[in-house]
Design a protein around this ligand. Structure first.
Ligand code: UDX
Length: 460
């Protein structure tokens, strides 16, 4: 059993701390927010993540997990301290490192024995060296320490599974002994462990997120072309995904990526490149296509509603940036809602779990308590988040409540043919063959459905 301190009880910190506790370590989670720590000590979890609350409770009861605001007490007999604080976007896309600096300074001022400082926050390449400098400068007297970079690759909504079934663990350090000790902590995960230098580890994180964002923008660009040429992007993605060199993941066309990582990390990587005199034209295109994905929804709604959105009642089905989270950061729904309101639309919204945050952060958005109430008297419904519960709605009931039967499906969750049969005017992303002939530039030789004749397991 190792004693690990986790600084920052946001998403990454809570999941990392709780999962390490569950692996049998003694974990102290620390935060500068008295309010957050008080909540956690009352058994309340400040974020929505499936399974996290139960896992916290279990590990607190087992005496392996506790929460405090007191660094001195937390660090007393710790061997490792993980920095998991937020790194929001600064004004020009540069990552704002003030919380990392604060954590590093406090650790330096408080530590009274050697420590391994592990950085999990997503930080610009070179930050590990910067943290080491801060600690050296701020220590009242020199005490041994090492900095290890260990970027996180957790997806919101499946963070616990992602941690416990990591595809890989990346460790970067100039101190091989320290990297080896951090590697030991991860051995129970049975994941490949890549040990490299600090800067390379930091870059692996940015390159991974930028690559995934690029895949999403790539498929969104293909969707735009499919739309014009009468092909079905979902089947295009499926057909591509069987190629092992491509793989099936992160090829869902839609309203683009959001959340706390991709938008911020692509911007930060662009900024790092620019500062070094590079021309990150691919990253710029990725961001531009992502903005276009939001604009597509507004343009489509405007077209379907006769050229103006003024006083049109539009319902946003789903507000979170993706399903299984209550996170609204860089959420397409919120951005599109804002664009629609700018054109005079009356916008309402519903989400299974993000309503509290939406009410707090977007008081001008009218919120209703279920999808059927949302549909009442709408001129158009826009699907923004692909929650499972939206896939099985009583669509006939939805249609009966709407003033006009217009559905724009920004996540391709409905079957165009079924929507047509129900009498909806239905648009989805990159499935141009299902639009009315006047809007499709090519006539199709068949209904556009491809058929998979033989599954990989040989079944026909
Ligand atoms: C991401 C990374 O996946 C994770 O490794 C990193 O550590 C943090 O950032 P997260 O932000 O939780 O995780 O969400 P993710 O599931 O990756 O989705 C990001 C965004 O891309 C969402 O808005 C999602 O809707 C969108 N997306 C994802 C698509 O539009 N299409 C896809 O095919 C996949």
């Amino acid at each position: 059993m190792k004693h690990i301190v986790v600084a920052g009880t946001g998403y990454v910190g809570l999941v990392t701390g709780t999962c390490f506790a569950n692996l049998g370590n003694k974990i102290t989670c620390i935060d500068i927010s008295e309010e957050k720590i008080a909540m956690l000590n009352r058994g309340e979890v400040p974020i929505y993540e499936p399974g996290l609350s139960e896992l916290i409770q279990r590990n607190v009861q087992a005496g392996r997990l506790r929460f405090t605001t007191d660094y001195a007490e937390a660090l007393a007999d710790a061997e490792f301290v993980f920095i998991c604080v937020g790194t929001p976007s600064g004004v020009d896309g540069e990552a704002d490192l003030r919380y990392v600096r604060m954590a590093a300074e406090t650790i330096a001022e408080t530590m009274d024995h050697p420590l391994i400082i592990v950085n999990k926050s997503t930080v610009p390449v070179g930050t590990g060296d910067w943290v080491a400098d801060i600690v050296t400068r701020k220590q009242p007297k020199p005490i041994d320490f090492a900095v290890v970079s260990c970027p996180e690759f957790l997806k919101e909504g499946s963070a616990i599974t992602d941690f416990m079934n990591s595809d890989r663990v990346v460790l970067g350090s100039t101190n091989p002994d320290a990297a080896e000790k951090v590697a030991q902590l991860h051995l129970p995960l049975r994941a490949p462990i890549i040990v490299t230098d600090l800067r390379t580890a930091e870059m692996i994180k940015y390159a991974s997120n930028a690559f995934l964002a690029t895949r999403i923008s790539f498929i969104n660009e293909i969707a735009t072309i499919c739309e014009k040429l009468g092909a079905d992007v979902r089947e295009v993605a499926a057909g591509m995904g069987y190629d092992k060199r491509i793989g099936p993941h992160f090829l869902n066309a839609g309203l683009g990526y959001g959340g706390s990582c991709f938008p911020k990390d692509v911007k930060a990587l662009e900024h790092m490149a620019l500062v070094q005199g590079s021309h990150p034209s691919l990253l710029r295109a990725v961001m531009e296509i992502n903005r276009d994905a939001r604009r597509w929804a507004v343009i489509t709604l405007r077209q379907l509603l006769g050229g103006s959105l003024d006083r049109k009642r539009i319902g946003l089905l789903g507000l979170a940036f993706k399903p299984n989270t209550d996170d609204l950061r860089e959420s397409p729904a919120m951005e599109i809602g804002h664009l629609l309101r700018n054109e005079g639309a009356e916008v309402s919204g519903y989400d299974p779990v993000a309503m509290g945050g939406a009410a707090r952060l977007h008081p001008d958005l009218r919120l209703v308590s279920n999808p059927y109430e949302l549909a009442q008297n709408l001129d158009a419904l826009l699907v923004c988040t692909e929650w499972d519960e939206f896939k099985h709605l009583d669509l006939a009931r939805i249609k009966a409540s709407m003033a006009r039967p217009i559905v724009v499906d920004g996540r391709n969750i409905y079957d165009p043919q079924q929507m047509g049969r129900l009498g909806f005017i239905y648009r989805s992303v990159g499935r141009g063959q299902h639009n009315s002939p006047s809007e499709s530039t090519l006539a199709l030789p068949n209904d556009g459905k491809s058929t998979l004749l033989v599954e990989p397991n040989g079944r026909i």
